[in-house]
Design a binder for this molecule. Sequence first.
Ligand code: PBG
Ligand code: ZN
Length: 324
Amino acid sequence: MPLSFDRHRRLRQTAAIRAMVRETHLRVDDLIYPLFVVEGSGIRREVPSMPGVYHLSLDRLTEEIDEIAGLGIRAVMVFGVPDEKDEVGSQAYCETGIVQRAIRQIKAQRPEMVVIADTCLCEYTSHGHCGVVENEQVLNDPSLELLAKTAVSQAQAGADIIAPSNMMDGFVAAIRHGLDEAGFENVPIMSYAIKYASAFYGPFRDAADSAPQFGDRKTYQMDPANRLEAFREAESDIKEGADFLMVKPALAYMDIIRDIKNRFPLPLVAYNVSGEYSMVKAAAQNGWIDEKTVVMEMLTGMKRAGADLIITYFAKDAAHWMAD
Ligand code: PBG
Ligand code: ZN
């Protein structure tokens, strides 16, 4: 009897054939680039734990936006790092807050750029939590009003999409209601619906100066061990009016990305978070891995897992590599 087996290698013989049978494609249109804006002028300061990521003052933001647009990237996500913080995060919903000014400026400079506003309080509160705090407890319902106010002020500044990341219960309903009342019924909500309490956010908290001053975020962000809970979170947010769902972080949660994509028909976003970025940068700087190949493998893997869009600090690098 002759040996009988399948010849899978036939379709791997040349680069051209491999390209023809490739199942997943990463496109520049899939990428969202996060930006950290700060008060002051002339500032373009590298975040120590995130090589290649900068704090930008508004005057230096202009050149950054030109570079991003020049690479074909269509969407940015803005995070504000204010000078002043207080108990109730007033700068988050101030008309002249750093994020509101940044949004206005980007939309004036490049009206076609999609500006996504991260809606949370942690960068603006003195205690570093994502909601209102009393006796070291993060209160749910009193936080909702402030989050809705924040979203409305971001929409008033010209934000195209509101992306709430705070993980209070009912935040999508409260923000949808607030936006509709203020006449922004056409502004979509990209909900950080499935956000785990992750140590992969470490470098971001350096960048945004948003680490909690006491306790942790485990009473509002999800337990990394849970999967069914992700379905419950997605269901609530869809019911409350979310237009996009997000899974965050991405790399350790590829199964969740796939599960959510299979169960819910909304556009799905994966957040390739700061710790995932910094690990790769550090290893690459040591010459331990080939950065370009590793990054493209990671981002393609997220799409293969089911992500339609990826928020990533690698967006500019990836856009460069895709253009080569
Ligand atoms: C704010 C927020 C965080 C991230 C995005 N929005 C941090 C957190 O929840 O502590 C993390 C992003 C990253 O790590 O790249 N709620
Ligand atoms: Zn937060």
